[in-house]
Design a protein around this ligand. Structure first.
Ligand SMILES: CC(C)(COP(=O)(O)OP(=O)(O)OC[C@H]1O[C@@H](n2cnc3c(N)ncnc32)[C@H](O)[C@@H]1OP(=O)(O)O)[C@@H](O)C(=O)NCCC(=O)NCCS
Length: 322
């Protein structure tokens, strides 16, 4: 096989990059047909690559015999959230030979490092284990998983004895729900997740609840144990989940954006019941798929969601230099 030639990515490569992305997506849909069909069309895939390009993406183009055989594009996200970062987003890479992502990264990362951007994130399709493996051999590790599953009609909900599931009401429930809200960020701050984000304050949470209960786009289901809220699940239409779009969002999908049970009630069956109640709600509303995501270091969530039928579509990988 002749050697690969690496050049900086430029606008002239958008068409060929779109072809590579469409081919990658087609391979992924062969494994995960719930993903949207539209992006198998290079013209539709092109919009995704072009969007990155318009966001000042930089990266590498790999050629063999004058033909584009791979590309890598990184964008910058909000520094306050992600630090000095580069994101290889969902449409940010496609390779005929998985090994060559390492050459493409070496060239692109030289510039990123020069700019002081040392936190590197990459969304890699789970359907390409050789590509994941190549990233691992660039010192990346998994940080997050995206998952999807079908919504089926007639999901049976078995509420554990003594529990009740219903929508929250303004005055009665909010104060008691604050502990449920805090259960997720508290868990994320504990080992082995070690998130460093500060906990929200009670007033911030009250303000969020006021918005939600005043009629936001969220559908909230709460699990009560003997009248006390112990668990909360929240689902939105995909259009209200800005990250859940494009290549990894099925058609007619909703998104499970929050789920937490207070520690004392975990393992009681209320989480399974709320998941089923959310799926039953989604079926009634006409959704055909549900998405969610989880920290891979979250031992509870990373075991719970696959057991509830969510299949990983993309692995978010992370490397911090040094
Ligand atoms: C992940 C989480 C939401 C699950 O909620 P939960 O209320 O504990 O869920 P359940 O009690 O219904 O189910 C937990 C396990 O106990 C099992 N279980 C259910 N009823 C049971 C019972 N009566 N006796 C024993 N086990 C039971 C469930 O089957 C499940 O195991 P499985 O996944 O192997 O099938 C909860 O662990 C949590 O809040 N974690 C911290 C916050 C978090 O990670 N949120 C998700 C962010 S993505």
């Amino acid at each position: 096989m002749p050697g690969v030639e690496i050049r900086p990515f430029s606008e002239e490569q958008l068409d060929e990059a779109a072809e590579l992305l469409a081919a990658r997506h087609k391979r992924q849909r062969a494994v995960e047909p719930l993903l949207p069909a539209a992006f198998e069309d290079p013209a539709v895939a092109r919009e995704e690559v072009e969007e990155l390009w318009r966001r000042d993406a930089t990266g590498s183009a790999c050629f063999r015999g004058g033909r584009l055989v791979g590309y890598l594009l990184g964008i910058a996200r909000d520094r306050d959230v992600w630090g000095e970062n580069v994101w290889v987003d969902y449409a940010g890479q496609a390779f005929e030979e998985a090994e060559e992502v390492r050459d493409a990264y070496a060239a692109a990362a030289a510039e990123w490092f020069e700019q002081g951007r040392t936190r590197h994130f990459a969304q890699v399709p789970a359907s390409e284990p050789a590509l994941v493996e190549s990233w691992f051999r660039l010192s990346f590790g998994q940080q997050q998983a995206d998952g999807i599953r079908e919504v089926r009609a007639a999901t049976e909900v078995r509420v554990p004895e003594g529990f009740e599931i219903r929508r929250p009401t303004a005055d009665d429930d909010v104060e008691a729900l604050l502990a449920v809200d805090l259960a997720l960020p508290r868990h994320h701050r504990s080992p082995p997740v070690f998130t460093v984000r500060p906990l929200p304050t009670a007033d911030e949470l009250r303000a969020e609840w006021a918005k939600t209960l005043a009629g936001s786009e969220e559908t909230v289901l709460v699990g009560f144990d003997a009248g006390r809220p112990v668990a909360c699940w929240s689902v939105v239409d995909a259009k209200h989940a800005p990250e859940f779009r494009g290549l990894h969002a099925p058609e007619h999908a909703c998104y499970l954006k929050f789920a937490a049970t207070i520690p004392e009630a975990r393992g009681s069956g209320i989480g399974v019941a709320l998941t089923d109640a959310s799926l039953a709600w989604a079926a009634e509303e006409g959704y055909r798929a549900m998405g969610t995501d989880w920290r891979i270091t979250n031992l509870l969530a990373s075991r719970f969601w696959p057991r509830r039928g969510f299949r990983t579509t993309f692995l978010r990988l992370y490397r911090h230099i040094p």
